[in-house]
Design a protein around this ligand. Sequence first.
Ligand SMILES: Cc1cc2nc3c(=O)[nH]c(=O)nc-3n(C[C@H](O)[C@H](O)[C@H](O)COP(=O)(O)OP(=O)(O)OC[C@H]3O[C@@H](n4cnc5c(N)ncnc54)[C@H](O)[C@@H]3O)c2cc1C
Length: 438
Amino acid sequence: MTKGSKAIVVGAGIGGLAAAAALSQHMSDVLVIDRDILLHDNAARLGVGQGAHTHQLLKAGELALERLLPGITDNFVAAGAVQMTVGRDVKVYDFGGWMDDCDAGFTVTSLSRPAYEGVLRRRVVALENVRFHSETPVRRFVVEDGHCTGVQLEDGAILAADLVVDSTGLTAPLLHQLQEEGHAEFPTEEIRINVAYTTGRFRRPEKWRDDQIGYFVLPSPPDTHFGLMLPIEDGQWILSLGARGGAVPPRDLQAFKEYAKGLVEPHVYERIKDAEVVGELRTFRKPTATRHRIWEATKWPQRLIPIGDAMSSVNPTYGQGMTVAACEADALETLLAGQTPLDDLVKAYLAIAGEISGRAWSLSTNSDYVYPETEGERPANFAMSRALAATLRKLADEDMEFRHLRYRLVHMLETADALRSGPLAVRFFTALQGSMAS
Ligand SMILES: Cc1cc2nc3c(=O)[nH]c(=O)nc-3n(C[C@H](O)[C@H](O)[C@H](O)COP(=O)(O)OP(=O)(O)OC[C@H]3O[C@@H](n4cnc5c(N)ncnc54)[C@H](O)[C@@H]3O)c2cc1C
């Protein structure tokens, strides 16, 4: 414990809450500030527009949250999460076909995003040394002599801190302030992915009441439609229908159902065609994947930790954002537990956070670039990355060990090193050479 030390976390989304849990173990006082009304129930929040849409928490994210807040997976289940065996209960259609069933050896929980956040917030609220200020917009980070020393609120008040976390989400308003005031210089990478979601929640009809199956239908180009459906709390399904290239799936219920019918496979439509919709259909447009490469910054304040979407925000279709934020918070905790001095923390943290978010970035952008609707020049290694992904997908069809490994990679439990140097590496590269020669 860094006695007498105070931390401020700006933003009470998944990243901010996970960071507060990490800091509470090592700082005397943690203040979480959010501009939004922080609700006591699991309703969607205005400050988190994406909250109404399908959110899958990958296994690595669940494990990171579990390390920070032991027992939280049980809390998710108590809040109504459906527990799903990966490989069996979550059906994946990609590369032109369904992945064959298997038990990948691990389960995930399935809840709506507001319910995940609600459970997490209740756990963090219960921590003795964490306080919350809601409906409190932060205007700027205060930087003196290259150190972040606190925040200034919209009403002009200045709050001092020994460590500050930026978890303000994908618009990252305070990064712009830092740049404008000359406190930070870093490269930003942006890819126009042109993705839109429309999402509805449906009551599961009687005959599907015990249905534990989710569907991720991700057809290959030229098809630009996709669908992500999961069973969640309160006996509901959440279904996000997606489009690329500027189109937006319809918000009219009948048209939405017709759109679901147009997916390459009928399972999703069959389930919702007679199901009662709960609330309104909601739309979210995500024109870009953006990452601020702060780990390469030529100027960055000491004692300011960026986390989650504020640093890197990818195409949500691959379900990585909450997991990246949770793993970054877990890395922060590990560094503090290792007695890393506060003045050395940012550098050590950014090296790890850049690697974690970089993995999500590579996985998602390599998939995005396959679609002509994704604008921008493809990276030089794109053809090779695609060959690697296609080879792994083919091997996963043929061989259970590769199928398990593919799920472990998707759930961020392994890095690509498992293909380069693990026990399956020789077989993988032999298959890769074969596919490139043919
Ligand atoms: C359509 C869609 C679907 C998605 N699906 C998935 C999925 O399946 N799985 C997954 O893991 N991820 C998914 N994501 C990504 C996921 O939502 C984010 O990665 C995750 O929420 C990031 O959390 P965060 O804490 O960084 O930001 P957020 O959760 O967005 O929180 C930011 C917080 O900062 C507050 N804030 C902002 N500015 C200020 C300020 N100036 N002062 C005070 N407070 C401020 C906001 O009110 C908000 O509470 C999806 C995203 C979208 C858009």
